[in-house]
Design a protein around this ligand. Structure first.
Ligand SMILES: Nc1nc2c(c(=O)[nH]1)N[C@H]1C(S)=C(S)[C@@H](COP(=O)(O)O)O[C@H]1N2
Ligand SMILES: [Mo]
Length: 260
């Protein structure tokens, strides 16, 4: 996996894990300190993941920014991956009308549920950022994303104090049976680079890359960046959503916190 940044070779996952465990030991973190006592591999990975999240937040800060690149570094082709042309009836129908009937619903633990049209989202104050996308399968691409900051939309809806996660519901099914979905915590949701992108490289999002709207969570791996959004819900926990692990790939074994 390419992990190079302008500041030098970045960490491999293994190095990050080692560093995380050392850092955690140095900081005297508790809770995952019984790793030697014959814990199962799954438990070990679970602990390592928590340490990864905690270490990133401790060492880099809640507000640390992902690297942004100059326009000259934009990849000529931003490879579409995963679902590239959703076949669900809902998506086919909405795409046929150029998404004029599509609405993004924002609901769950909010004061004012919202239904936002693409026109509304396109005319909201937006942020543009050029970032590198890293897929767990081992490829990267640099693209320019534009769209409203998720935090602005959440503020508009008024997040209830009991909300702990934002869940993203998608219109595609990789296996023909389960909707793709993802989730992030409130720190990630209100991060200044977390966008609902409607444009890639200055053009409306192509179908391959998630039209009409997709999530950008720049400090995490590609699978967190839900494409083909239809709704967002604020929840206290995600135990009762599909497999209960917080995402389509998480339900199939990937880690929930996919920090780069
Ligand atoms: N709805 C949906 N979102 C998705 C996926 C998908 O299959 N369906 N694949 C994920 C993965 S693994 C990656 S790497 C990125 C790919 O984004 P891209 O198609 O713009 O390259 O989208 C992520 N978001
Ligand atoms: Mo990916």
């Amino acid at each position: 996996m390419s992990r190079r940044t302008p500041t030098g070779p970045a960490l491999t996952r293994r190095a990050l894990l080692q560093r995380t465990l050392l850092g955690a030991a140095a900081l005297g973190l508790t809770g995952c300190d019984r790793l030697s006592e014959n814990e199962s591999v799954v438990r070990l990975l679970g602990c390592a993941e928590t340490l990864n999240l905690r270490a990133q937040r401790l060492l880099a800060g809640r507000e640390s920014l992902a690297v942004e690149y100059p326009a000259s570094m934009i990849s000529p082709v931003f490879r579409p991956n995963g679902t590239v042309d959703p076949q669900t009836a809902l998506y086919r129908q909405l795409a046929a009308n150029d998404f004029s009937d599509w609405r993004l619903s924002v609901g769950g633990l909010v004061q004012t549920p919202l239904e936002l049209s693409l026109d509304t989202l396109r005319t909201m104050p937006a942020r543009t950022q050029i970032t590198r996308h890293d897929c767990v399968e081992g490829w990267s691409a640099i693209g320019q994303w534009t769209g409203p900051v998720l935090g602005d939309i959440l503020e508009q809806a008024g997040v209830h104090r009991s909300a702990r996660y934002v869940v993203f519901h998608c219109m595609d099914q990789l296996d023909g049976a389960h909707d793709y979905y993802e989730s992030i915590d409130m720190v990630e949701a209100f991060h200044p680079q977390t966008l609902l992108a409607h444009s890639l490289n200055g053009e409306p999002l192509p179908v391959g890359n998630g039209a009409p709207l997709r999530l950008r969570v720049e400090r995490q791996l590609g699978y967190k960046m839900a494409k083909y959004l239809k709704g967002i819900t604020l929840v206290e926990h995600f135990d009762d959503i599909q497999g209960g692990k917080g995402g389509y790939w998480e339900d199939r074994g990937y880690t929930w916190y996919a920090g780069i």
